[in-house]
Design a protein around this ligand. Sequence first.
Ligand code: CA
Length: 500
Amino acid sequence: MHHKRPNILFIMSDDHSANAISAYGSRLAPVFKTPNIDRIALEGAKLNACFCTNAICTPSRASIMTGQHSHVNGVKTHHDILHSSKNTFVKMLHKSGYQTAIVGKWHLFSEPKHFDYYDILTNQGRYFDPYFLDKDHDWHDIRSIHENEYGKRHEGYVTDIITEKSVNFLKTRDKNKPFLLMCHHKAPHDDFEYHPRYEHMFDDVLIPEPDSLWEDKSHRSMASRGYGTTVSEKNSARNAVETMSRPDYPTGSLKVEGLSSDERTRAAYQKYLKDYLRTVKGIDDSVGELLGVLENEGVLDDTIVFYTSDQGIFLGEHDYIDKRWIYEEALRMPMLIRYPKEIKAKTEIDNIVSNTDFAPTILDYANLSKTDEMQGCSFRALLKGEKLDNWKDILYYRYWMHMAYHDNPAHFGIRTRDYKLIFFYGLPLDANGALPEATPAGWELYDLKKDPFELKNVYSQPEYKTTIKSLKCELFEIRHELEDEDRNFPELLKRLEQTD
Ligand code: CA
C-alpha cells in the first residue's frame, strides 16, 4: 500500500501576502501576475480563509511542524527554539517510509530531525551569497543562533540556490519511496533584495495604493492606535520612509529631499511594493521550475503540491509594513493546493483553517492519523468538496512578542467567519524577547461582513452589545479548549477584568 501514497511538495515562502498572488485578485493583480503560483489554484484549490495562529516566522513554522499553538509547542517568539524531541508530522512520515527533505529557511534553530536530507539557511539567511547548514554541520558549535554568516557559503541569489537544491533532490531521490520535500524560500522577507534580472519589471508602472494607506486611526482603541511600523513617518521611530532612505539600504536609497510628507509616504510605498514584488517574481519563477520538473519526472499528478507562506504581511494597508498584528493582511496565509486525484480544478474553500491544521492534513493524505497532542484537524475532506457541518470555523490567535522590533503590543483574539474580536493585553509576561514596558489594554471588534478591510472598530457601538457578549463566550471557550487561560498571569487576568 505504501508505494501508492502521494508525494508531497510543500513550498513555503516567507512573508508572502495573499494580496501579492494574482489568483487572489487584490488591487495588485492588474499590475502584477504570478502565473505559476496561480496555476496551482487553477488546477486545484484556493483557500480563502487560511490563517496563522501567531504572525511571525519562527512560531508559525513551529505550529506547522507540530500542529500545535505556540503556548503548547513552546515556540512563542523568535527567541524560542523548537526542541528536537518534539513530535512533528515529518517524524511520522519518515517513520512510515517517506523519504524526507527540507531545503531553505528553517529558522527553528535546532537541527532538523527526521529528514533524510536537509540543506537549510543559516538563521534567516541572506539574499546574496547565503550560508547553508547541512549534515556536515557540528550542531554542538555554539554561536549566536541569530547569526547569518557561518556554515557553507554559496555564491548566487538565494531563491535560485534553493530552487536548484530542490530540483537536485527531486531528480536524485530514491524513486522506490514517496517523498516529502519542503522547499522553504527566504523571499519575499525584508530587506526585499531582488535579483538584478527583475530590475526593470516596474519601469513606468504605478502600484495602486490601498485606501487605508491614509487611514485615520481614531476609530481604534488606545491599545493599538499609534503602535506598529508604518510606511509614513507617523511612527517616528520606525517607518519605511526613514529605513529606505538610509544610504546603505540594500536595494538602493530612497530619495526624499524636497518632498512633502505625503509625497515621501507615496515614494516609500512605491519603493516598498516594487522591491517586494520583484522578490515575489523570483518565487513565482521557482514554482514554475519545480512544477516543470515534477512534470518531466512524470510524477506531477502523484504529488500534492502546497503553496503557502508562514504568514502574511502588510503592503501599506493601514499604513503598515511588517506583520505581527491579528489584522487580516498579516493573519492570512495564502494556501493553494494541487492534487487532481482528489481536488477538482478551481475549488475554493471559505472555511477557516489554520497552520495547526497543516500537519494533520498532510498526515491524512499519507494515510496516517494525527496524534492527540496535535491541536489542528485535517481539512482533506473539505478539499474533496465535502461539506462538514462540524467544522470549527473559528481561529484563535495570539501574538506574544510584546513591542519587540516593530512596536506591536501583545494581544489575542478570535476570527470567525463574520467577526474579529481582539483583546490587547499589552504585557510581556514570560515571552522571550518581549519588551518590559506595558502598553494600554483594550478591545476591538470588526464586523467583517460589512467591513472586510477593518476600517471601523465597532467595539463601543451599542448595537453590537449582544454580539460582543456571545463572541466573548466563544473566545473564553476556545481559550479553555486550547488550554491557554493565563492562570499564571494574574496581571493579565486583572486587565481582562478591568476592561469592558
Ligand atoms: Ca515570515
